[in-house]
Design a protein around this ligand. Structure first.
Ligand code: ADP
Ligand code: MG
Ligand code: ZN
Length: 609
């Protein structure tokens, strides 16, 4: 856009300069006065005229006094006819020089051509810019059949390697086999081994799938063709398939190489499951991928790596041996991995001496690699905004909360009444979380608005956890409803501030019943089969595999879980009322209590295992 404006300005100035130049030039520097025919005739009759030059429809007159004039005549009339018509004295003409010039001057031609040329030029400039911007937007209207795969092999050769991928040890081990094959295919073929064809990287968003695929190419030193599944899906049926063909053709030319299909679930969804127009197109594209993968000659050194976070929706045909038969799972990083990832991303960032990446890793359970990278970036920005030269723990910690909960909204001013209600609400969460035996310790309580929340209570587990027990979940629900209960206990009524707590509590209770089999009366089974259907966008559709009567029972169980949790919370808030009041008083003064300040009031957390 900026370029466009700049170019336009340049063209505009050039035109201005041209116009100025021509007006000067055609004037020849001396003044010519336009006059009427009658004036000219009378001047001739008086004998004042020394010379007449006729150029087209112009009569240029030089007077004896040295002045010059221009007279326009009609196109059809010649000068001699005019003279005749006006009955000019022939004697007066005798001494007069009359010259006729052809219209061959440059200015005449320009004047004739420019009116046609300028619009033409403008239109071509316009079309040129249109074409350029269309191409820039990556949607080459004229060549949509060709794959958009960006071959980044040359740039990336040796740039991203396994060293840049922290943690993910198992994944790297599995993929080192692929690297070996790309580097040294003979070793395998001599033993008659069928080499891997496709590798599927599975993992939630931000766990480093794209990064790892790049690293494989970097380690092996081969070109890397990357395309995203969604790029295959177009309005025009057949385009996706032709892109696949084109991609594989390009790749075959530069084998050994890696083809990386990001977000393959966009095309690799179970066939026959979708509705709507894009569905046929997807199937054709998917078929073409399968055909291409089957059609490799066994000695072609191309490895297809695909990434997805939805392995459950993939077409079984994709997972068959000979296709994506290797599966590499990228887990969310554990404590040690998080520390390693932080180390990788803090390389170019000057950290303060007291910053311990281990402590940061401890505070960030559930963060993916992308979250951690983002966190350090936020911290660096924050430090820069404070004109600091190094990043301190302070910035990192406030970035953690920003990444988790959204930015602080200090500008949202609470009235005293609102402030009091928020303080009781958050203190309710915090007290219940503190005194229940299975919950995680409270890290921070705050009544400063953040993102959507009016205030927040932050609890963090002491270690990474992969399994949760029923009592932990029930207590979790109790903590969630504690804000609501506290408001009810103190003020006798509740506010809208508890809405999202209640929604989360209900969703969790439903999961306990329908997914985790934690309801005693309904027993160890799951309810409902969730599947995704594609129809005018995405929606999750739950198919009922139970009767109306059971549905009623499920509802009852959900309510009973929430009721029980509510009772538990209420009991604690009543029993620990003194602590609640003290925390509220502190909160109203300080607005934010860190773990140490909170535990100074309520004592250390006693946690049961
Ligand atoms: P995905 O493709 O799984 O959604 P990406 O590979 O795009 O995730 O990761 C996004 C970013 O997160 C990467 O560019 C990198 O900066 C960071 N990242 C993720 N995992 C790791 C890791 N294991 N080590 C280092 N950085 C990582
Ligand atoms: Mg990705
Ligand atoms: Zn709340």
């Amino acid at each position: 856009m900026k370029n466009l404006v700049k170019n336009f300005l340049i063209i505009f100035t050039v035109f201005l300069l041209m116009a100025a130049f021509f007006s000067l030039w055609s004037g020849n520097g001396q003044k010519t006065e336009p006059v009427g025919l009658e004036t000219l005739i009378s001047q001739i009759n008086k004998g004042e005229v020394s010379k007449i030059i006729i150029v087209g429809n112009e009569i240029r007159v030089s007077l004896k006094s040295g002045k010059s004039e221009v007279v326009k005549k009609e196109a059809g009339d010649t000068f001699s006819q005019i003279i005749k018509n006006y009955n000019v004295d022939p004697n007066k003409l005798a001494g007069l020089l009359v010259e006729v010039q052809d219209n061959q001057g440059l200015d005449y031609w320009l004047a004739a051509i420019l009116p046609f040329l300028i619009p033409f030029l403008l239109i071509s400039v316009f079309i040129y810019f249109m074409m350029r911007s269309v191409q820039g937007a990556n949607s080459r209207a004229m060549m949509f059949g060709q794959s958009q795969a960006k071959e980044t092999g040359q740039e990336f050769k040796g740039k991203v390697t396994f060293k840049d991928v922290a943690g993910a040890k198992e994944a790297k081990e599995e993929l080192s086999e692929v690297v070996e094959f790309l580097k040294n295919p003979k070793k395998f073929s001599e033993l008659g081994a069928r080499t891997p064809r496709g590798v599927l990287l599975l993992g939630s968003p931000g766990t480093g799938k794209t990064l790892l695929a790049r690293a494989v190419a970097g380690e092996a030193g081969v070109p890397f063709f990357s395309i995203s599944g969604s790029e295959f899906v177009e309005m025009f049926v057949g385009v996706g398939a032709s892109r696949v063909r084109d991609l594989f053709r390009k790749a075959k030319k530069s084998a050994p190489c890696i083809i990386f299909i990001d977000e393959i679930d966009a095309v690799g969804r179970r066939r026959g499951a979708g509705l709507g127009g894009s569905h046929d197109e997807r199937e054709q594209t998917l078929n073409q991928i399968l055909v291409e993968m089957d059609g490799f000659d066994p000695n072609t050194n191309i490895i297809v790596i695909a990434a997805t976070n939805r392995p459950d929706v993939l077409d079984p045909a994709l997972l068959r041996p000979g296709r994506f038969d290797r599966r590499v799972i990228l887990d969310e990083p554990d404590l040690a991995d998080r520390e390693a990832i932080l180390k990788v991303h803090s390389k170019k960032k000057p950290l303060g001496k007291e910053v311990s990446l281990k402590r940061v890793a401890e505070r960030t359970p559930g963060f993916t690699g992308a979250d951690l990278a983002n966190l350090l970036n936020e911290a660096a920005i924050l430090a820069a905004m404070k004109n600091k030269k190094i990043i301190d723990l302070e910035e990192i910690f406030s970035s953690i909360e920003k990444v988790m909960l959204g930015p602080e909204r200090k500008s949202r001013i609470l009235s005293d009444k609102e402030k009091k209600i928020t303080a009781y609400h958050e203190a309710g969460h915090a007290i219940v979380a503190h005194f229940l035996p299975h919950t995680d310790p409270v890290q921070k309580v705050s009544i400063i608005a953040r993102g959507q929340a009016g205030g927040y209570t932050l609890k963090l587990p002491l270690e990474d956890k992969h399994m949760y027990s029923k009592s932990e979940y029930v207590e979790e629900i109790a903590v969630l409803v504690a804000g609501y209960i506290a408001e009810q206990e103190i003020f006798g009524e509740v506010t809208t501030g508890a809405t999202s707590d209640l929604r989360r509590a209900t969703a969790l209770a439903r999961k306990l019943v329908t997914d985790f089999g934690m309801s005693e009366s309904l027993g160890p089974r799951t309810f409902g089969e969730k599947e995704e259907i594609i129809f005018l966008g995405r929606e999750i559709h739950e198919q009922r595999d139970y009767s109306e009567k059971v549905a009623e029972q499920i509802d009852k169980e959900i309510s009973s879980f929430i009721d029980k949790a509510g009772h538990q919370a209420k009991g604690l808030i009543k029993a620990e009322h003194d602590f609640l009041e003290k925390v509220v008083a502190e909160l109203i003064v300080k607005e934010t209590l860190e773990k140490e300040e909170f535990e100074k009031i309520v004592g250390e957390k006693k946690k049961e295992e």
